[in-house]
Design a binder for this molecule. Structure first.
Ligand code: KG4
Ligand code: ZN
Length: 348
């Protein structure tokens, strides 16, 4: 087993073709080709379009990653790849490419969970993960609160969204406000000019009864509907929509609940490190409020830089390298994809 394994990771679960290369816990390359522009006019990711884009981008992105890292494929000690969850066709493209590389290069292959990879990526940014770490994972497809005693084989779900994912809510609200897709970054930008207490939008699953039954679960669909109703009411009344205020008040409702529940989970599980990952972790208000509340609670906050929060190959390579370093048994070459892989399955 090499001390500092050189691992190439492939990510194709949604619309980013990501290829990352990591040596041990050091990031060498993070090449990403996104098909997001091809989906924009549909207002959401079109699975067939995404699969085809992955096919076209795969080889050039692998070549670019190797060039950036200054390595050749022959130097690789292992391949890791997102086996799920994600879009079925897109996952297949990545896993097929990873299998082809593993066969051609005679290296082990690790089929890993996309969500655990969002957690593991912070190792190449901020060093080894304290065990356990609390992880708040917020992306376009998922919102989960995870207790992570060991990111290579023990990830426990404390709660997750009952309906829309946090990123999905951002994207839908952006659409209501006439902002482009994907809406998260646009809402974030618009909110900077707005007043976060202008409109009192609902905080899902935070009432006394809900806190008993869904302590660490989230719900954003009621909030999304409340925003849509509020905007519609304005339209009907012939009044202008204060986009910045709506964006800021909506965003505040989301990040207030996310940070409150994450810190409650830290306290109740005696965990003093909180990691926030996934695309929504790029949100400037989430980062600021989390920092403020963590500092007050004596919890150390870790958030990867925005480029590592959105989908990328580095996160898959980072988790693959941990698998090698911890001596985990590689996956079978016949490993399947699983579009609804549970968050607790780290390695398939
Ligand atoms: O993790 P990710 O790249 O892909 C998934 O696995 O889903 O997350 C994408 C999501 C999108 O919904 C996007 O709108 C959201 O992350 N997002 C943001 C920001 N940047 C990306 N949401 C809020 N604020 C941002 N700055
Ligand atoms: Zn993701």
């Amino acid at each position: 087993m090499p001390d500092e394994p050189l691992v190439l990771g492939i990510e194709t679960s949604c619309d980013e073709t990501g290829v990352g290369i990591v040596r041990g816990e050091t990031l060498l390359a993070d090449a990403v080709a996104s098909s997001v522009d091809e989906h924009a006019r549909f207002g959401g990711v079109v699975p067939e379009v995404a699969s085809r884009a992955h096919l076209e981008a795969m080889v050039p992105t692998i070549e670019r990653a190797c060039r950036d890292a200054g390595v050749t494929l022959r130097d690789l000690d292992a391949i890791s790849v997102t086996a799920g969850p994600g879009l079925a066709g897109s996952l297949l493209v990545g896993v097929a490419a990873a299998k082809a590389l593993a066969v051609a290069l005679d290296t082990p292959i690790y089929g890993v969970n996309h969500l655990a990879s969002h957690v593991a990526v912070d190792i190449v940014e901020h060093g080894p993960l304290p065990e356990p770490t609390m992880a708040l994972l917020v992306s376009g497809g998922h919102s989960s609160l995870l207790l992570v005693p060991d990111v290579t084989d023990d990830v426990r779900s404390l709660g997750s969204t009952m309906d829309d994912a946090a990123g999905e809510a951002f994207d839908k609200v952006a659409r209501v406000l006439g902002l482009p897709f994907p809406g998260g970054p646009h809402v974030d930008r618009a909110a900077r000019e707005g007043d976060q207490v202008a409109i009192d939008f609902p905080r899902g699953l935070t009432s006394g009864r809900d806190m008993e039954r869904h302590r660490f679960d989230f719900s954003f669909s009621g909030l999304k509907t409340a925003v849509a109703r509020w905007v519609e009411h304005r339209h009907r009344a012939g009044e202008p929509v204060p986009v910045a205020d709506v964006a800021a008040s909506f965003q505040e409702a989301v990040v207030d609940v996310l940070t409150k529940k994450a810190l409650l989970a830290c306290r109740e599980n005696d965990v003093d490190h909180l990691l926030i990952g996934g695309g929504v972790a790029a949100n400037s208000r989430l980062r600021a409020l989390a920092e403020e509340r963590c500092a007050r609670a004596g919890v150390t906050l870790r958030v990867p830089r925005p480029g590592l929060c959105t989908d990328n190959g580095a996160m898959v390579a980072a988790l693959g390298a941990q698998m090698v370093l911890k001596g985990r048994e590689p996956s079978d070459l016949g490993l399947p994809t699983d579009s609804s892989m549970p968050v607790t399955t780290v390695l398939t």
